[in-house]
Design a protein around this ligand. Structure first.
Ligand code: NAG
Ligand code: NAG
Ligand code: NAG
Ligand code: NAG
Ligand code: NAG
Ligand code: NAG
Length: 453
C-alpha cells in the first residue's frame, strides 16, 4: 500500500512537471512573461524578451536562461552580469533580432545558443568577454561573414554551429578550411553559401576552390593575373561540383602565354598583350580544357599551327580580334570545327586579311559557312591598302571577281597564246588550200618546194 502511494505520488510529480514544462518550456505560449523552474535546474524561461523585474530579485539564481520570441530588432546582452551563476544562455526563435546593442559583458558563460535569430553581422568583439565559452550556436541566422577572430579569440571554444546562414563565401571565410579552427565547426558540411553565384553550394567545397584558385593564379614577372570563381555548377550526374573560373591576364605586357594556369580554368583573357606564339594551345596540357580564350589585341600573325590541335575540337569561344593574321589554311581549322559540338563564338575581326585569288575564295566560303559562329563577321575585312580597291572591304560580301578578275572581259596570257595558235592553224590550212589550187590551175609548185633540194 505504502509502495503504491509512493508510486502514485511520483507519477503525480512527473505529471505536474510535464504540465509545467508544457507551459513554461515552450516558446509558443502567447503571453509575454518569464517563469522560473526550480525543480532540477535553475532555469528561467522568458517569452517575448527578458523582463527587468527579475534583475533585483535576490531569490532568483538561474543557471540557464532561455529567451524566445523577442519582437525587437536588437538585443541587449548586458543583463547577464546580474546572473553570475549562469552557464547557459539561449536567445532563440526571434527572427527580428538582427544585432546586439553592445558586446556581451565579461562573464563565465559556457553555452550560448543564438539559433533562429535574424543576425546579419557580428562585430569582432561581440563575444570577447565570454572567456569560458565552450559552445556557440549561430545556426539559422542571416550571417554573411564571421570574422575568424571571433572564433580564434575564444580560447575555450570547442563547438560552433553555423549552418543555415547566408554565407557570402568570399575569401575572408577561408578560415573554415583551417584545420585548427575548422575542427570546432560541428556542422561545416551543412553550411551553404547564400550569395547568388554560389547559392546553395557547400561552403567547404566553394572555399577550397577559391583557395586553390588563389594559390594557382599566375604571377608573371611581378605582374598578377586576376582570377575569379564565377560560378559553381553540379556535374551532369550531380556527383561533383565543377568550378567556372575566369583568369584575366589582360594588359600585362606579356609576350607569351602564362606557363601555368589554375586547374579547371574555363575562361582565359589575354587581351592587349604582346603574344605572337599560340603553340601553348597545342603543347601545354594545362590549356586543353580552357574553353574560352580571348587573345584580342596581340601580335599573332600565324595560326597555321593549330591544324590538328585537340583544343580546336573542344573550345567554345576563340577570339583573335585585332591581331596580325593575314591568312591561314581554312581546312586546318575546319577539321577541328567539325568535331567540335560545343563551339559557340569565333572572332576574326580587325586583322589585315589578304584579299587575293589564292586565299580569299576559300576564306570567304569558310566565313559564310560559319557565319552564325563568327560574331564579328562585318569586321572581317581586307587589309588596308592605298592601292587596292578592296581595301577594308567586308570579305563575306566581297565579289570574287574583284579579287580574281572577271571571266572573259580580259584575256589572260594563256588565252592569248591559244588564240594565236588557233589562228596559225587556220592560216596554215588556208595556205595549203591556196597552194593546192595554184598547183591544179597553173602547175606551179609552191615557192617553198622549189627551194627544197
Ligand atoms: C534595481 O535596483 C536598483 C537599485 O538597487 C534600482 O535603481 C533599479 O531601479 C531597480 N530596477 C528595477 C527594475 O527594479
Ligand atoms: C517582427 O516584427 C514585426 C513588426 O516589425 C512584428 O509584426 C512581428 O510579429 C515580429 N516577429 C516576431 C517573431 O517577433
Ligand atoms: C540551441 O537551441 C535549439 C532550439 O532549442 C536546439 O535545437 C539546439 O540543439 C541548441 N543548440 C545547442 C548547441 O545546444
Ligand atoms: C579582379 O576582378 C574583380 C572582379 O572582376 C575585381 O573586383 C577586382 O578588383 C579585380 N582585382 C584586380 C587586382 O584587378
Ligand atoms: C578541378 O575540377 C575537378 C572536378 O571537375 C576537381 O576534382 C578538382 O579538384 C578541381 N581542381 C581544383 C584545383 O580545384
Ligand atoms: C580583365 O582585366 C582588364 C584589365 O585589368 C579589365 O579592363 C577587364 O575589364 C577585365 N575583364 C573581365 C572580363 O573581367
Amino acid at each position: 500500500m505504502k509502495a503504491l502511494l509512493i508510486h502514485l505520488f511520483s507519477i503525480w510529480i512527473l505529471l505536474i512537471q510535464f504540465l509545467h514544462l508544457g507551459i513554461c518550456g515552450s516558446c509558443n505560449s502567447l503571453s509575454k512573461r518569464c517563469e522560473m523552474r526550480t525543480d532540477k535546474l535553475d532555469k528561467l524561461l522568458c517569452n517575448g524578451g527578458f523582463q527587468k523585474n527579475y534583475l533585483n530579485s535576490t531569490s532568483v539564481h538561474p543557471r540557464i536562461i532561455v529567451i524566445c520570441q523577442v519582437m525587437s530588432s536588437s538585443f541587449d546582452p548586458a543583463f547577464i552580469s546580474n546572473f553570475p551563476q549562469l552557464y547557459r544562455l539561449s536567445v532563440i526563435n526571434s527572427p527580428n533580432i538582427s544585432k546586439f546593442t553592445q558586446p556581451f559583458p565579461n562573464h563565465r558563460l559556457q553555452v550560448l545558443n543564438l539559433t533562429r535569430l535574424g543576425l546579419v553581422h557580428l562585430h569582432h568583439n561581440t563575444f570577447e568577454g565570454l572567456i569560458n565559452l565552450r559552445t556557440l550556436d549561430l545556426s539559422h541566422n542571416k550571417l554573411k561573414q564571421l570574422d575568424r577572430h571571433i572564433v580564434e579569440h575564444l580560447s575555450q571554444l570547442q563547438q560552433i554551429f553555423l549552418r543555415s546562414n547566408n554565407w557570402d563565401c568570399d575569401p575572408h571565410l577561408k578560415w573554415v578550411l583551417n584545420p585548427l579552427l575548422g575542427k570546432k565547426l560541428m556542422d561545416a558540411n551543412q553550411m551553404t553559401c547564400g550569395v547568388s553565384k554560389y547559392k546553395g553550394k557547400p561552403v567547404l567545397a566553394v572555399m577550397s576552390f577559391i583557395k586553390n584558385l588563389r594559390n594557382e593564379c599566375p604571377k608573371i614577372d611581378s605582374k598578377s593575373c586576376n582570377c575569379s570563381l564565377d560560378l559553381i555548377v553540379w556535374s551532369p550526374n550531380k556527383d561533383y561540383l565543377v568550378p567556372v573560373t575566369t583568369v584575366n591576364c589582360s594588359r600585362l605586357d606579356l609576350d607569351h602565354f602564362p606557363p601555368s594556369i589554375p586547374s579547371n580554368t574555363t575562361t582565359l583573357l589575354l587581351t592587349g598583350n604582346k603574344i605572337s606564339d599560340i603553340s601553348p594551345l597545342l603543347t601545354n596540357p594545362k590549356y586543353l580544357d580552357v574553353s574560352d580564350i580571348y587573345l584580342d589585341e596581340n601580335q599573332i600573325f600565324n595560326i597555321d599551327k593549330l591544324e590538328g590541335a585537340d583544343w580546336l575540337t573542344k573550345f567554345r569561344v576563340f577570339s583573335l580580334k585585332s591581331n596580325k593574321i593575314t591568312a591561314f589554311p581554312t581546312f586546318a581549322l575546319e577539321n577541328g570545327f567539325r568535331k567540335n559540338s560545343q563551339i559557340g563564338k569565333i572572332y576574326f575581326g580587325n586583322n589585315p586579311w589578304i584579299c587575293d585569288c589564292t586565299f580569299t575564295p576559300s576564306f570567304k566560303d569558310f566565313i559564310i559557312k560559319y557565319n552564325d559562329l563568327i560574331e564579328d563577321i562585318d569586321d572581317v575585312r581586307c587589309a588596308f591598302s592605298e592601292y587596292d580597291d578592296n581595301s577594308l572591304k567586308i570579305i563575306s560580301e566581297l565579289s570574287l571577281s574583284s579579287v580574281c578578275g572577271e571571266q572573259g572581259s580580259f584575256l589572260s596570257p594563256l588565252d592569248c597564246l591559244n588564240v594565236l595558235l588557233a589562228s596559225l592553224i587556220v592560216f596554215i590550212i588556208l595556205k595549203l588550200l591556196y597552194d593546192y589550187w595554184c598547183y591544179k590551175s597553173s602547175g606551179k609548185l609552191p615557192w617553198i618546194i622549189t627551194k627544197i633540194p
